[in-house]
Ligand binder design. Sequence first.
Ligand code: HEC
Ligand code: HEC
Ligand code: HEC
Length: 465
Amino acid sequence: MKKSHKILLGGAIVVVGLAITYRAVNQAPDASLPADQQMAQIMDDGGCVFCHTANPDLPFYAKFPIAKSLILKDVAEGYKAFDIAPMMQALAEGKPINEVDLAKVEKAVADGTMPLMQYYLVHWGSSLTSTKTDMVMAWAKQHREKFYPNTLAAAEFKNETVRPIPDAVPFDSAKAVLGEALYHDTRLSADGTISCATCHGINMAGVDNKQYSEGIKGQKGGVNAPTSFNACFNFVQFWDGRAATLAEQAGGPPLNPVEMGCSSFDEIVERLQADAEFTARFKAVYPEGLSQQTITDAIAEYEKTLITPNSAFDRYLKGDKKAMNDTQIEGYALFKEYNCATCHAGVNMGGLTYELMGKRANYFKDREVNAKSGLTDADNGRWAQTKVERDRYRFKTPTLRNVALTWPYYHDGSVKTLDEAIEMMSRYQVGREMSKDDVAKVKSFLEALTGQYKGQTLTNVNKQQ
Ligand code: HEC
Ligand code: HEC
Ligand code: HEC
């Protein structure tokens, strides 16, 4: 904003503020109201709803020439950064709020970054007083206890945004045994060369460590393979969320022409049925026999066993103070300070929302300049599924579990090292340049996220160059 504009706006703000929106007292909601109602009222009073919804009712002064463009810019930027509508609806219905939304609002209010100053200067009485801030903090804690009870964490860590991975999730073991076999079975590919494990090796931390995976006949896809470990904790599957469940996801690769290249599941069923021994074993568990539905169901059941509890960080959260060293503990504090723990929240430290890549700086423009790689179809992210403009360049936030073993990074696999991935997250998602020292500490913390599979620390047979 130009300085002269600032002064003009300042003047307009004072006049309009005095005339219209004067509120003598910035009152906190009545303490006897239920916490959800208090919260809804604070969000309304704070203008949070105004700047963070698709089509807000603009006040009349928004029609003044300079004010208009500035207000519209704030609203557009605000809505781009955060859509508050799902949370307001959940509040009204007494339903759970997404863990990431909860974490973001809690963090913004705790840091005092919201509402934006230009808003509360106009709307006297909308700034968050300490009473209101305390109410928001108490509400967030209570909401988390109710809907996301952190039963595994030690008392002092019960209100963290990240929760430890449980030792097991319920699964059907007979089905999982079949799923394990199918996961490693190259008969799921047209030419018998590729299995799920080719790109998601169990001894390779569930990835292939390639920028783009290679399918049949050496064909390359256009997006980096995320890990299959802990995928069962994601709210949807794939970077663009096009599969709602693990079973639906497992139906994709076999028919994908550049991955496993089969023409239909009938082709796969036919090949498997030629194997009398396997067919009999399969029928003993699934009397209806082999089909896309039963094959993908078995694979999904197996994927529920691909979880990695008891990382050093999880043991630390559970109360083992020695599980992380001092650098890692400092790294965790930075991870929270830099807002990383808002998007990378929950059990999987990710996998709960779609987030804009390049929220604070233009990632794709810089990539074009630095790496000479122009936009691809995959860069559209969630937009490819919804065709809603707001969804362009939004991706399902990846998990950070075992991230030290799952290079290269980002949906485009363009980032080779964890140091760069951290430094760039800070620049593009948080809007801060991180010092080398802080990057090293956060990296050390992320290394503490390598968990255990079948009681052993997860490893990767590939070595990073
Ligand atoms: C005048 C418009 C305006 C008002 C009022 C406003 N915001 Fe924002 N908000 C923005 C803008 C612009 C951004 C993005 C830039 C930023 O974060 O500073 C943002 C960002 C956010 C974010 C995203 C931060 C992140 O890390 O992803 C959250 C959460 C948020 N606001 C919550 C709130 C809450 C809660 C209130 C009410 C107490 C509020 N906002 C009031 C404009 C506004
Ligand atoms: C040729 C390599 C390749 C093969 C074979 C393959 N995948 Fe993938 N997998 C990928 C890539 C690449 C993605 C990301 C695609 C996207 O998001 O658009 C992916 C995504 C996934 C995801 C989603 C993870 C997440 O966080 O979104 C799961 C789960 C998964 N694959 C499991 C499987 C299973 C099960 C099989 C076998 C039926 C399989 N994959 C076969 C490369 C492969
Ligand atoms: C606004 C949400 C948001 C915030 C804040 C955020 N991230 Fe991310 N993170 C993402 C998204 C989305 C991606 C995927 C980007 C892509 O694929 O282009 C990602 C990717 C990553 C990756 C690469 C993972 C992989 O397997 O490819 C790492 C590492 C990471 N983030 C660490 C951090 C750290 C450290 C911070 C804090 C400095 C942070 N993130 C802050 C949303 C966020």
